[in-house]
Each structure stands twice: as structure tokens, then as C-alpha cells.
Design a protein around this ligand. Structure first.
Ligand code: HEC
Ligand code: HEC
Length: 483
């Protein structure tokens, strides 16, 4: 990676060096004096004797003080009073259980016929991550299984882009999924043993015969949704400045931007979506079978081979618009996700946490988990504008090694590549969902396991973690839990 020590000149030089990928030129929003000042503010710290200024507010002025199970469901603290109603309306839509058409509650119908969940919140539990089944036979709701034919860059000719495990009316669910694990014991340098769980997916009860042989699956668990508007507001130049796809600086860490034309993807576990409204529109259509301005079909992810699904009644009401999800509903739901606050940190000055923070830096975790940014100053972004934020991510794709690979490739991204996930709020996982599940498919049951699955570009950082003495390692975990 190219570190945040990058000066504007360095960034310029970098764009000249850049790889085969065409690098779009974005205008810097600010004058160069301000840019220099911001680079100083966002440079990684070297002082671990005390907490950094503002570190306790990972979302800047948007950070909330909430506690309890709904701690990830709070509005940005600086959300103006006149926008709180929109947040509340968006929340109701996010929590709403959609039903199949036709129904008596007209404004809630249109679900499916094929779907993965009835509500956004069924997967993003209390705006945290999805849960995986703990009982045999239970279907994974918060896990989307994407179907990808890499050679042809398309989904399955019958089952579409994603396996829907639920269906309404006379339509059958597409399949049943069982997840089992084979375990591997990893011995750390000081003798501590950690068990890693490698998932194995078994797909049966397929409603329309076998899945095409060219299809590979990409299981992905629902990620937490805090701070989405802040992430949206990070200057693309700040993300691109860290990309080093050909590893010119030779530090073993490249980092690749997911660019489609001049659009920089930053949402989704492979950063393939560049815009929050698009991400929400995709969810309405693919996960719940609800049409909207970006996906016009009432039947969502049903293909023409699934006639019973395509001919089932839709839920569009022409008095509300052309789609099951009118534009206003889409916008309010996106507004809600854009303004979910990141909780304030409580124990940033705790000596244990500070030692753990130092270990996190020393191990090289910050090469990808970039601590901080200042978001772009733009009036339309409301309270998300010009905030010092601490997401701990570079929002780039990294080769994470074989253990985390699936066999799918979307465009130029795959099979071992994942977007560095933000780490803010990660310490609240258990309190919010009663379960800890980390990494793109939720395989890791605790933070140590998540770290030990790192490989590829993160191999050295992982080795550094493994070589720590037990106390320092525990401090590092304490630091993560304090985020
Ligand atoms: C079936 C479970 C499921 C449902 C239902 C669902 N999501 Fe998601 N969501 C996911 C998964 C899985 C991802 C990661 C997608 C990927 O990597 O392709 C995701 C990603 C997202 C992201 C991007 C997060 C990030 O870190 O980049 C947003 C925002 C989001 N969902 C919002 C919503 C909203 C709003 C709804 C309701 C309209 C919704 N989701 C419904 C599973 C779900
Ligand atoms: C080369 C870049 C890179 C480095 C270095 C790196 N990580 Fe990561 N980290 C990632 C990526 C990418 C993922 C997501 C992998 C996946 O989902 O399969 C991830 C995931 C995680 C997660 C799970 C997050 C979640 O929401 O599920 C934790 C915790 C984490 N990293 C901690 C660390 C620590 C601690 C270190 C240093 C020892 C470290 N990482 C070093 C790129 C990196």
C-alpha cells in the first residue's frame, strides 16, 4: 500500500506509475494547503502513550453514545432535527416485513416470489451483521449465496444470480443449504492453540434440477451497516492514493481499486458497488424480490426458466408508481443506512487498549486497515460532510490467500480478493447479535480466528500476530474490542 504519509506530489507520481488499470482523475475538492493539513491530520500516529485527539469519536460528530442491543441503530448524533423524521421513516422501511402480493396491506406487498429474507433487518440484524444457523436444518437467512459463471460473467441460467432459500405462494424455494465445517488447529508461537473453521456448503432440494456446471458459489454474510454515509463521503482520491496494484513499493501489499470506468466501488464485500442507493436497490430486488427504479422486474431474481415464479402476482400499485418500491421508499431506506451512527469508543485511554493499538500498528495491520480519513466537504452530505473518521479500512481489494478464496471472479476481481472491511464498531458484535461471526462468509467465531485466516498479502501481518507473546496478543484483541 501507499501510506497516508503520501504527499500530494507522491500521489501525483503514483497516478503516473499506476498499473494497467486506467486511473480516473478526480478533482481534489480542496485547495492544496488544506490538503496538506488533512494529510497531517490523517497520518498514522507514532505516539501510543495516550489516546489520539478525537479518536473516541470514530464517526466524528456523527458518533452516538448508545448502549444496549440497539447501539448500532442510532441516528447520526449531528443529524438535524428536520431530517430525523426521514430517518424514522427509513427505519420503519428497513425493519418492515414485506409480504407476498396480493395482500390486504397493499403498501407492504410484492415480496418474492423468491426471496432470501422478508426484511432488511432479517439479515442486517439491528444493523449489525448476519447470523449463521446454530441448529441443524435451519436455513441461513443472513448469508447470500451468489451464483457466478466466471467465464461468461453471468449467473445460473435457471437459478439466476443468487440462491433464494425462501419463496411465497405456490413457488418452491430454490434449494436448501447446509453448512458444515472442517476444523484446523493452528499453534501460535507461544503454544496457544486456535481452531479454525473452514466452511463446507451442501446444496440440495434444488427446485429445478442441477445448477449449471460452470457455476461456482460465493457465500457472503450481511455486513454491519454503520457509517455507510461517511464511507460514501470519503474522497475517492484518498482511496486511490493507497492503491498499489503492482506493488511498486515492494512491501508485499498491493491493494487494488474496484474501478468500472471512472466509478470507484466501495460497497459490497468485493467493493463492486459504487453508490449506496444502488446497493439498497440491489438488495430490494435480489434479496427480497421487490422491483424498483434500478431493477424493473417484479419477480426479482427469477429467470425465464422459472415460469411459475414469473407468472405469480406482482405487488406494483400504479397509484404509487411503476414499481413495488416507489422511488421515495428507496431513497428513504438509503437515507437511513447513510445516517446510522458509529458508536463512540469508551476506553481509548485504557493502557491495555493503547498497548494493543501499538501492537496492531507494529504488526502491519494498518497497511490495509487504514485508521482515519477526513470526509469531503459537501453541503449535500449533511452531517457526513467534513468529518474526521476512523473506519480502519483502505476500502481496497487484497489477495487474502487460498483459505479465504472462493472460485468466483466478477470482472477483474476474484477469487482470493476481498475488500478490507471497516473495523469500527466490531467490538459491539456480540452485544448486538448474540453471536460472533466474522469474515466475508462469517466463518470466524472470534477475532483471533478472523486474524488467523488472513493470508496472501496479509501473511506477514498474520505471522507477526502469531509471534506476539500472549499478553500482547490479548492486548491487540482488547484494542479491536474497543473499536
Ligand atoms: C439476504 C440477506 C440480506 C438482505 C435481506 C439485505 N441485505 Fe444488505 N447485504 C447482504 C449481503 C450478503 C451484503 C454483502 C453483499 C456483497 O458483498 O455482494 C450486503 C450489503 C449491504 C450494504 C453494503 C455494506 C457494505 O459494507 O458495503 C448495504 C448498504 C446494505 N446491504 C443494505 C441493505 C438494505 C437497505 C436492505 C433492505 C432493502 C438489505 N441490505 C437487505 C445481505 C442482505
Ligand atoms: C493485506 C491487507 C490486510 C492486512 C495487512 C490485515 N488485514 Fe484484516 N482484513 C483484510 C481483509 C481483506 C479482510 C476481509 C477478509 C474476508 O472477509 O475474507 C480482513 C478482515 C479482518 C477482520 C474481520 C473483520 C470483519 O468484519 O469480519 C479483522 C478482525 C481483521 N481483519 C483484523 C486484522 C488484524 C488484527 C491485522 C493485523 C494482524 C490485519 N487484519 C491485517 C485485510 C487485511
Amino acid at each position: 500500500m501507499k501510506s497516508f504519509l503520501a504527499t500530494p506530489f507522491f500521489i501525483f507520481a503514483l497516478s503516473q506509475l499506476a498499473s494497467a488499470q486506467p486511473v480516473p482523475q478526480y478533482d481534489w475538492a480542496e485547495d492544496s494547503a488544506e490538503r496538506d493539513r488533512l494529510l497531517r491530520v490523517t497520518a498514522p500516529t507514532t505516539d501510543f502513550t495516550q489516546a489520539e485527539k478525537f479518536e473516541a469519536n470514530p464517526g466524528g460528530a456523527t458518533s452516538s453514545d448508545a448502549d444496549g442491543r440497539e447501539r448500532l441503530s442510532q441516528p447520526s448524533a449531528n443529524l438535524p432535527q428536520d431530517q430525523r423524521m426521514n430517518f424514522t421513516l427509513g427505519e420503519a422501511l428497513f425493519d418492515k416485513f414485506w409480504v407476498a402480493a396480493p395482500s390486504s396491506t397493499k403498501a407492504s406487498d410484492g415480496l418474492g416470489p423468491l426471496f432470501n429474507a422478508r426484511a432488511c433487518q432479517s439479515c442486517h440484524i439491528r444493523n449489525g451483521r448476519g447470523r449463521l444457523p446454530e441448529n441443524d436444518g435451519e436455513q441461513p437467512v443472513g448469508l447470500a449465496i451468489k451464483l457466478i459463471d466466471t467465464a461468461r460473467q453471468m449467473g445460473d441460467p435457471i437459478y439466476g444470480d443468487q440462491l433464494q432459500l425462501f419463496a411465497s405462494g405456490k413457488v418452491q424455494p430454490e434449494a436448501k443449504v447446509a453448512i458444515s465445517y472442517h476444523t484446523e488447529t493452528v499453534k501460535l508461537d507461544d503454544g496457544e492453540q486456535i481452531t479454525l473453521h473452514h466452511p463446507i456448503y451442501e446444496i440440495d432440494n434444488l427446485s429445478h434440477g442441477p445448477i449449471d456446471t460452470a457455476i461456482e458459489i460465493s457465500p457472503r454474510i450481511a455486513p454491519p451497516l454503520i457509517g455507510m454515509g461517511l464511507i460514501d463521503q470519503i474522497d475517492p482520491n484518498d482511496i486511490l492514493a493507497q492503491a498499489d496494484p503492482d506493488d511498486h513499493d515492494g512491501d508485499g501489499i498491493s491493494g487494488k481499486a474496484n474501478l468500472k470506468g471512472d466509478q470507484l466501488g466501495r460497497f459490497g464485500l468485493r467493493a463492486d458497488v459504487h453508490n449506496l442507493v444502488q446497493q439498497v436497490a440491489n438488495a430490494f430486488s435480489v434479496d427480497m424480490g421487490l422491483s424498483n427504479s434500478k431493477h424493473h422486474d417484479d419477480w426479482g431474481d427469477c429467470t425465464s426458466a422459472q415460469t411459475e415464479c414469473r407468472t405469480a402476482p406482482g405487488g406494483t400499485q400504479l397509484n404509487l408508481g411503476k414499481h413495488e418500491i416507489p422511488q421515495k421508499v428507496l431513497d428513504l431506506t438509503a437515507f437511513y443506512t447513510a445516517n446510522l451512527a458509529v458508536p463512540k469508543r469508551k476506553n481509548t485511554s485504557d493502557p491495555t487498549v493503547l498497548k494493543g493499538k501499538q501492537a496492531f500498528y507494529d504488526a502491519g495491520c494498518v497497511s490495509c486497515h487504514t485508521p482515519k480519513y477526513v470526509t469531503k466537504r459537501e453541503e449535500v452530505a449533511g452531517g457526513n460532510s467534513f468529518q474526521l473518521i476512523w473506519p480502519y479500512s483502505d476500502f481496497l481489494l487484497h489477495d487474502m490467500g487460498d483459505a479465504l478464496a472462493d472460485r468466483t471472479q466478477s470482472g477483474t476481481v476474484g477469487t482470493r480478493e476481498w475488500r478490507t472491511p471497516p473495523l469500527w464498531g466490531i467490538g459491539h458484535t456480540k452485544a448486538v447479535a448474540d453471536q460472533e461471526r466474522y469474515l466475508h462468509d462469517g466463518r470466524a467465531r472470534n477475532l483471533k480466528e478472523a486474524i488467523l485466516f488472513h493470508g496472501g498479502e496479509a501473511e506477514t501481518a498474520k505471522q507477526n500476530f502469531m509471534a506476539l507473546d500472549r499478553t500482547t496478543r490479548d492486548h491487540l484483541i482488547q484494542f479491536l474490542k474497543s473499536l
